[in-house]
Ligand binder design. Structure first.
Ligand code: DX5
Ligand code: ZN
Length: 217
């Protein structure tokens, strides 16, 4: 089964609770929570305190995508605040085995993320002990960017690697996924599909979530 993960960064934060509930009614599987620090990426978003308010009221697993420097320092706080999945970028974690093991020890699923310019093979080792690999299909920092087409071939490459080395490891894709390309990314091997503006820019968030879910079912 393919999982749909609305990225709430693209939502209207005045009404974010209602909008998250709409995605849940529409069949969302995971809530994707983007954390940015203005250093690793050129944007700043939200942290553990905001996450607490969301996790208290949402039953679905919460997937915290950490686009921050020194993520190890903040991992315990994110777990305490309700993150069920936590991913860190391979580009800024020196001791990836230590970091992924640490996330798992704290009881969360551990993910490793690849930027569009990072060779897929760089996760060849970490894939053995990651619960998921997140392939970025835009440069991280903002919602609403265009899908980088090359990501499709990278997805196939990652799937081959995953099937060979650790079939239990999920593949997640994030950035620029919309109604037009969601089927293709699912067919190419994405198990977890993050959609931000492709859901939240819609007039009817519940219906749009349902439509995207159907496209990958
Ligand atoms: C980008 C974030 C994504 C983003 C996705 O840095 O990691 O999760 O919010 O938004 P869309 O689907 O609009 O590209
Ligand atoms: Zn993300």
């Amino acid at each position: 089964m393919k999982l749909l993960a609305p990225s709430i960064l693209a939502g209207d934060w005045w009404n974010i609770g209602k909008q998250i509930e709409a995605t849940v009614r529409g069949g969302a599987d995971v809530i994707h929570f983007d954390v940015m620090d203005g250093h690793f990426v050129p944007n700043i978003t939200v942290g553990p305190e905001i996450l607490q308010h969301i996790s208290k009221n949402v039953q679905l697993p919460i997937d915290a995508h950490l686009m921050i420097e020194n993520p190890d320092r903040y991992i315990p706080e994110f777990v305490k605040s309700g993150a069920n999945w936590i991913s860190v970028h391979i580009e800024n974690v020196v001791h990836i085995h230590r970091t992924l093991s640490f996330i798992r020890e704290l009881g969360a699923k551990a993910g490793v993320v690849l930027n569009p310019g990072t060779p897929v093979l760089l996760v060849e080792e970490a894939i053995h002990y990651a619960d998921y690999v997140l392939l970025m299909s835009v440069n991280p920092g903002f919602s609403g960017q265009r899908f980088i087409e090359r990501s499709l071939d990278r997805l196939s490459e990652l799937k081959e690697l995953r099937d060979k080395l650790n079939p239990d490891c999920l593949i997640e894709i994030d950035g620029g996924v919309k109604e037009e390309n969601i089927r293709e990314v699912a067919q190419r091997g994405a198990d977890v599909i993050v959609v931000g503006s492709g859901i939240f820019a819609s007039e009817d968030i519940e219906e749009q979530t349902r439509r995207l879910k159907e496209l990958i079912s």
